[in-house]
Write a protein that binds this ligand. Structure first.
Ligand SMILES: [Zn+2]
Length: 456
């Protein structure tokens, strides 16, 4: 281990390396941004991400490859289609530029400012940064993974802000990449690594099996989902729908966005809440009915809770089992994979618990299940602790945006996804100082719990 580290440090890197890499990162970000434009447009419309190739939505002519060059292509065309000369929205090059600058910004924060992934925090609140500074040469896997998450959060936020849904393909793609990257690259000393101790690893296995059982029961129809006859509109969806209806009444001949037949059918099957509700008349829900629906979601979570606690007790209190388990959990890739699984489970659970409590408390649906999936991705990439911190940071960004809207006089209701994303993007950079600040209090609480458990 020490040998590989010193060997890497001995590689002489020419100054050109430090110029070429940031330029590469900028270009990579621009290309990813270009792909995100496709994702944000096509996923919620049920269209394929691969075919057809980029075309003008107005005249359907295929774009030349050089028109597709991020930002520059749009500038060279003067923001107009090469064929029909209609305007191409400035939002495409803007998203490409933002993604590009995010990639560079996080690169500079991680590897120049040394602000980013950490190894951990001790009980006194000292940040454990590892044996050497963060370097793109050794820590590129965690940078790559964090940029996958950041891109996923950006795409999910853009769709959520417009359509009030999060296409589940986005968080699940990110989560699968996270499981692979952590299993392959994590060592106990890797900054941003998620190698789990035996007891948390047991929790991940038990709760993970519980979720799979619930999911299979739900798939086979034995376990009923909540709102089986269509969920009630959330407040923001209702507002958006009413606005949409108003517009349709005032401008009846307004042109609807053109969609292929397949895309229209897909939309009817799994379109956004607001769009589907135009077709299907809204079912009225009383607060009591909405509260009662939460029983089904609690039932869904029950196997995960029971099996999770059961697995921890087994690995902790039953000596014959804990010997075997300690050995299994000391295999590096197993403990890293389970650390990532645990992060995903905890991230999703925190939002789901808040959703159930909020819905029961207010008698109307609080947070969407899409937010649960989003935080599964965040937890699988960043780990359980950062996912929890990101969740509690999210409301602060809500306040910031509310102040901005008050000052500028704009009114636009926002779903939760963008706030969760801002919280997560912040935690990606500043988890070290935040965890260091929280550590002494958490250590005290954990000592108290140990004391209580010891007394039993
Ligand atoms: Zn055109």
């Amino acid at each position: 281990m020490d040998i590989t580290i010193s060997a890497i440090q001995l590689i002489p890197l020419s100054p050109a390396f430090y110029v070429v890499v940031p330029i590469f990162v900028l270009a990579l970000g621009a290309c990813v941004g270009s792909f995100l434009n496709v994702v944000v447009w096509r996923l919620p419309r049920g269209e394929s991400l691969i075919t057809p190739p980029s075309h003008c939505p107005k005249c359907n002519n295929l774009l030349k490859w050089y028109d597709n060059v991020p930002v520059i292509g749009w500038l060279m065309l003067g923001g107009k289609c090469r064929f029909c000369k209609q305007k191409i929205s400035a939002r495409y090059p803007i998203i490409e530029a933002i993604t590009s600058l995010l990639f560079l910004g996080y690169y500079l924060m991680f590897f120049v400012a040394q602000m980013g992934p950490i190894v951990g925090v001790d009980a006194q609140g000292h940040i454990l940064t590892g044996a050497r500074p963060l370097s793109i040469v050794t820590d590129w896997p965690i940078y790559f993974l964090d940029m996958v998450l950041l891109s996923g959060l950006l795409a999910a936020s853009l769709v959520d802000a417009e359509q009030y849904i999060i296409p589940l393909e986005i968080p699940w793609f990110v989560a699968v990449v996270a499981l692979i990257v952590h299993a392959v690259f994590d060592e106990p000393s890797t900054p941003g690594g998620l190698v789990a101790q035996p007891l948390p690893a047991a929790l991940a296995v038990g709760a993970g099996i519980g979720v799979i059982i619930s999911f299979l029961l739900w798939l086979t129809g034995i376990l009923r989902g909540s709102f089986a006859e269509g969920a009630p509109l959330m407040e923001i969806e209702r507002a958006a729908l009413e606005k949409q209806r108003e517009q349709q009444q005032t401008q009846p001949d307004q042109e609807q966005p053109k969609r292929s037949k397949a895309a229209r059918e897909a939309l009817e099957r799994e379109g956004t809440q607001a769009e589907r509700e135009v077709v299907v008349e809204e079912k009225e829900w009383t607060p009591a009915q909405i509260r009662a629906e939460m029983r089904w979601e609690m039932l869904f979570l029950l196997p995960a809770l029971v099996l999770g606690i059961g697995a921890v007790l087994l690995a902790w209190k039953v000596p014959s089992f804990s010997r075997i388990w300690d050995q299994a959990a000391s295999i590096r890739w197993v403990s890293a994979l389970l650390g990532s699984v645990l992060g995903g489970l905890v991230g999703g659970f925190v939002v789901w618990l808040a959703r159930i409590l909020g819905t029961v408390g207010f008698g109307r649906e609080a947070m969407g299940l899409g937010d649960v999936h989003l935080m599964v991705a965040v937890g699988a990439v960043l780990g359980a602790g950062p996912a929890i911190v990101a969740f509690f940071l999210a409301p602060f960004f809500g306040i910031v945006l509310a102040i901005y809207m008050m000052v500028t006089g704009t009114r636009r209701e926002m779903p939760l996804g963008p706030y969760l994303s801002l919280g997560s993007a912040t935690v990606m950079l500043f988890y070290g100082p935040i965890a260091a600040y929280l550590a002494p209090g958490l250590a005290g609480a954990s000592q108290m719990i140990h004391g209580l458990v010891g007394m039993m």
